[in-house]
Design a binder for this molecule. Structure first.
Ligand code: ADP
Ligand code: MG
Length: 274
């Protein structure tokens, strides 16, 4: 699904990613670990086109999204992102947070289709399996109604249906992060990127977020997760990679990775965190 080839990213003279090579297959649960400042967030941000790489390629579904000529918005909508600090819109209600991107994207598509008098293209987010074009019979209010129904279903899934109309500030950290995860799901993404999703949570709330992530993994969602939760990595991941100084120094199955680490820096890192 994603082929990262010699990915490089510099900020001025600071070379943060120094030739990352990795393949992510559909259904992979890839956990990324490494010391603070090693480039983990920058790596995820490059995958999601939030940073422009300074070298290399990111082939996502056959297209090099590191190429500045590519329309990243088309690809970004197929990638969800979950942040350490949730990044919910505090001036929007919970359900508005979940509906915002799907409604925006579909209304943009609708506008474009109407302007060009085209058939509505592929992007019916809720019926992805139907890749056929359809006539423009959709209206904005239908898009909103559909997104609302989907958002309610997602809130029900995480047991927060009664929180639909409250503002995020009234939620606990664990609730905020679960809302952020289903907000990513609302776009029906091919892959979800998680950047330390439990690092900002009180310890008693870590479990509910990891349980939701584990459920997504069991359903076959492709996930790339930066985390310090080694138990989760062992239990849920099928690939674990160690990044240090902007390079992948070791990667393997959890059994190989934790049972028989080879790189001295990984051994040292594991001795400190395990
Ligand atoms: P990690 O997530 O592994 O802790 P980051 O990817 O956040 O590491 O950061 C790696 C390095 O890149 C750090 O030295 C950081 O200061 C630098 N860096 C990250 N983002 C920026 C930016 N926007 N501008 C300049 N330097 C940055
Ligand atoms: Mg980081």
């Amino acid at each position: 699904m994603i082929d990262v080839i010699n990915l490089e990213k510099s900020f001025g003279d600071n070379k943060v990613l120094n030739g990352i090579n990795i393949t992510i297959d559909k259904g992979d649960i890839m956990v990324v670990i490494g010391p603070s400042g090693s480039g983990k967030s920058t790596f995820l941000r490059c995958l999601n086109c939030m940073e422009d790489p300074t070298g290399g390629q990111i082939i996502f579904n056959g297209v090099d999204i590191a190429d500045p000529k590519v329309d990243i918005n088309i690809h970004r909508r197929h990638m969800g992102m979950v942040f350490q600090h949730f990044n919910l819109y505090n001036n929007k209600t919970v359900i508005q947070n979940i509906m915002l991107a799907p409604v925006y994207v579909r209304c943009q598509d609708l506008k474009k289709a109407k302007r060009h008098n085209l058939l509505l293209p592929v992007t019916n987010l809720f019926r992805k399996e139907k890749q056929t074009k359809q006539e423009i019979t959709t209206t904005k209010s239908e898009i909103i109604a559909e997104a609302h129904a989907k958002a309610e279903e997602l809130l029900k899934r995480i047991g927060l249906e009664d929180k639909a109309d409250v503002y995020p500030s009234t939620l606990s950290g664990g609730q905020k992060q679960r809302v952020a995860i289903v907000r990513a799901l609302a776009m029906n993404p091919d892959v979800i990127l998680f950047d330390e999703p439990t690092s900002a949570l009180d310890p008693e709330m870590v479990g509910e977020v990891l349980d939701l992530m584990k459920a997504l993994a069991d359903e076959g969602m492709t996930m790339i997760i930066v985390t310090h939760e080694m138990g989760f990595a062992r239990e849920v991941a099928n690939k674990v990679v160690f990044i240090d100084d902007g390079q992948i120094l070791e990667s393997g199955t959890p059994e190989e990775f934790f049972g028989n680490p080879k790189n001295p820096r990984l051994k040292d890192f594991l001795s400190k965190v395990l």
